[in-house]
Write a protein that binds this ligand. Structure first.
Ligand SMILES: O=C(O)c1cc(=O)[nH]c(=O)n1[C@@H]1O[C@H](COP(=O)(O)O)[C@@H](O)[C@H]1O
Length: 293
C-alpha cells in the first residue's frame, strides 16, 4: 500500500458508513470468558475459544455487521490461542463482517508501529479492520499507527472515556501545559484525534475513532456532546447489556456523537448460548435500528 493513488484503499470511514447503511451499528463482542465456554459446552482451551469464536461469527453473519474479538481471551492460550484468533478473524472477514481487534495496544515509536503493522497490514496473519489503542503515552505516540491505518484503509479506536468507573480520575484530570492546557485528558485526546482526521482527505467518518463508554456521562469528562464535528468520529461504545447501558439511550448519551456510534455488547448477547445467539443478535440489531435509525 505504498505506491500511490492506483492502490489507494477505501477509507475505514467510508467502509464503516457502508456497514451502518447495510447492516446497522451493532457490534457483537467475542469474549470467550471461562464461564461462557463452560455454558457453551466448550473446553477451556485454544480449541474451545476457536470454536466459540467461529460460532459467534456464524451467528452474527447476515444479522449484524461488526464483531470485536477481545484478544486477551485468546492470548491466555499462548501461540495456540493466537492461531485460534487468526482463524476467527479470518472467518469473520470472509463472512463480510467488519472486525475490530480489541487489543488496546499502546507504546512508543517503532514498537507501537509494529503493533499497528501486526493488526492492520493487509495480508498479515492477524489482519483486522480496526484496532483499539491507548494514548497514555500521548496521542502523538500514535502518529505512525494513524498513518498506517489511513494508508491501508484501516481504523483505530483511541480510548478516551472508558466504561469502567475507576478510569474517571485519570480521564477527567485536567491537562496542565501545552496547547490543550485546561482540557480534561479525555477531551484533549478527542481534540488531538480530530486534528488528525481533519488533516486527511474528506470522508463522512474519520479514520481514527474514539472509545466512549456508554456507561459514563460524557459531560463529566468535559466532552461537549452538543456540537457535531467533521469528519464525524467513529465511536466504539461498549457498556451495553451486562454493564448496564440501554440501546434506547444512545441519542441521549452521545448527542452529536450518535451518528458514529457502534453499539458494542459482549456478555449480554453471548449469554444467550450457542443455540439462541443468532436470534438474540437479530433481535438486538433490530432494537438498535429502531432506536437509532
Ligand atoms: O475497548 C473496548 O472494547 C472496551 C472499552 C471500554 O471502555 N469498556 C469495555 O468494556 N471495553 C470492552 O468491551 C467489552 C465489554 O464486554 P461486556 O461488558 O461483556 O459487554 C470487553 O471486551 C471490554 O474489554
Amino acid at each position: 500500500m505504498t505506491d500511490g493513488a492506483s492502490t489507494a484503499a477505501v477509507s475505514f470511514g467510508d467502509r464503516l458508513a457502508g456497514v451502518f447503511a447495510e447492516r446497522g451499528r451493532l457490534c457483537v463482542g467475542i469474549d470467550p470468558h471461562a464461564h461462557l465456554l463452560a455454558d457453551w459446552g466448550l473446553a477451556a482451551s485454544a480449541d474451545g475459544v476457536r470454536e466459540f469464536g467461529l460460532r459467534v461469527v456464524e451467528a452474527v453473519a447476515g444479522r449484524a455487521g461488526i464483531v470485536k474479538p477481545q484478544v486477551a481471551f485468546f492470548e491466555r492460550y499462548g501461540s495456540a490461542g493466537y492461531a485460534a484468533l487468526e482463524d476467527v478473524v479470518r472467518a469473520a472477514r470472509a463472512a463480510g463482517l467488519l472486525v475490530i481487534a480489541d487489543a488496546k495496544r499502546g507504546d512508543i515509536g517503532t514498537s507501537v508501529a509494529a503493533y499497528a503493522e501486526s493488526w492492520l497490514t493487509p495480508g498479515s496473519p492477524l489482519e483486522a479492520d480496526a484496532l483499539t489503542v491507548a494514548a497514555f503515552q500521548g496521542v502523538a505516540s500514535l502518529d505512525e499507527p494513524m498513518r498506517l491505518a489511513e494508508e491501508a484503509g484501516k481504523g483505530l479506536f483511541v480510548l478516551a472515556a472508558t466504561s469502567n468507573p475507576e478510569a474517571a480520575a485519570v480521564q477527567q484530570a485536567v491537562v496542565a501545559d501545552g496547547p490543550r492546557a485546561g482540557r480534561t485528558v479525555a477531551r484533549a485526546i478527542i481534540e488531538d484525534v480530530h486534528a488528525f482526521n481533519q488533516a486527511q482527505p474528506p470522508h463522512p467518518f474519520g479514520t481514527v475513532g474514539l472509545v466512549l463508554g456508554a456507561t459514563v456521562v460524557l459531560g463529566d469528562y468535559g466532552i461537549d456532546t452538543a456540537v457535531a464535528v467533521e469528519p464525524a468520529f467513529p465511536v466504539l461504545a461498549p457498556g451495553f447489556g451486562h454493564q448496564g447501558a440501554k440501546v434506547e439511550d444512545v441519542r441521549r448519551l452521545f448527542g452529536a456523537f450518535a451518528p458514529g456510534v457502534i453499539v458494542s455488547e459482549s456478555r449480554g448477547l453471548l449469554s444467550a448460548g450457542p443455540d439462541r445467539l443468532a436470534a438474540a443478535v437479530a433481535r438486538r440489531a433490530e432494537e438498535v435500528r429502531a432506536s437509532h435509525g
